[in-house]
Design a protein around this ligand. Structure first.
Ligand SMILES: Nc1ncnc2c1ncn2[C@@H]1O[C@H](COP(=O)(O)OP(=O)(O)OP(=O)(O)O)[C@@H](O)[C@H]1O
Length: 260
């Protein structure tokens, strides 16, 4: 299974938001989508999920996304939007169970397989202890983990997650990325947008860089976390170190302040 966007262009309210964005995510891998605020990450993820009309091609397993019915898409692609606020006093376990809807037979409640998958997703996102709490009475980070668990429970070959780690404490950020790796290792393709460069570099197999609506680079973390990208795209000077688990990218200032 793979998902690919090829030369995507998107115009919103007359503004050219994406002007040539391409990305490919293969089964078994976690790809990190990086870029400054406004680069177009959410827009590209929405186009990949089919929630936004775009010119260019989105291919799921080499099939055009538009050729797939809504029902088929829901069994292939789970999409976690950036905005993650739960407005209703619905129990956490019921929110996660909503992820199973694409697989349900009309009028039939959850079967044992649904319960097992939801339980695994809740364990992965550490929300089992919240199962009977009303979701709208949880903290922001807890709500984010619940909605990520719902997307995981959809159990699709492709998972698209837009800034899933934002608002999470460091331990839950790391646990979430470890969870994504586990999901990928089980045969899924995971695309995740991130702002934390170390989190991205240590947990993603590959990184793609968006800048001003275009993909301007991509590759293994060590190929991407170089001064030209950190300074030219992100506008930062950063210290890049390596330990036994991968890269550590520490922003130390703005690029324009960097000395010789
Ligand atoms: N409905 C809209 N109408 C016009 N412009 C829009 C609309 N939605 C988003 N944009 C613009 O599109 C650009 C890309 O937005 P997008 O949300 O994809 O960026 P992003 O990379 O996800 O940013 P962030 O890191 O801040 O979440 C931004 O400049 C934004 O202002």
């Amino acid at each position: 299974m793979s998902i690919a966007a090829i030369d995507i262009h998107v115009q919103l309210s007359g503004r050219r938001v994406l002007t040539g964005a391409s990305i490919r995510v293969e089964t078994g891998t976690v790809v990190g989508l990086l870029g400054p605020n406004g680069a177009g990450k959410s827009t590209l993820i929405r186009a990949l999920s089919g929630h936004l009309a775009a010119t260019g091609q989105v291919l799921v397993n080499e099939m055009p996304l538009e050729s797939l019915s809504r029902a088929r898409r829901a069994r292939l692609i789970a999409y976690l939007p950036q905005q993650r606020v739960i407005g209703w006093p619905v129990k956490v376990r019921d929110i996660v169970d909503l992820g199973r809807m694409p697989w349900r037979t009309w009028g039939v409640g959850p079967i044992e397989n649904d319960r097992v998958i939801c339980r695994e997703a809740m364990e992965l996102m550490d929300v089992v202890h919240l199962a009977d709490r009303p979701a709208n009475a949880l903290s922001g980070g807890e709500q984010a983990r619940v909605l990520t668990a719902r997307a995981i429970a959809q159990d699709t070959p492709v998972l698209l997650a837009d800034e899933p780690a934002s608002g999470l404490d460091p331990a839950h950020q790391i646990a979430m990325m470890a969870g994504f790796r586990k999901i990928a290792a089980s045969g899924r393709a995971v695309l995740v947008s991130l702002h934390d460069l170390t989190l991205a570099a240590r947990w993603c197999d590959r990184l793609a860089i968006l800048h001003d609506g275009r993909t301007v680079g991509g590759g293994a973390p060590a190929e991407v976390m170089v001064p030209e990208v950190l300074g030219g795209v992100f506008g930062i000077a950063a210290r890049v170190e390596t330990d036994s688990c991968g890269l550590i990218v520490s922003p130390v200032g703005l690029a324009r302040d960097a000395g010789p």
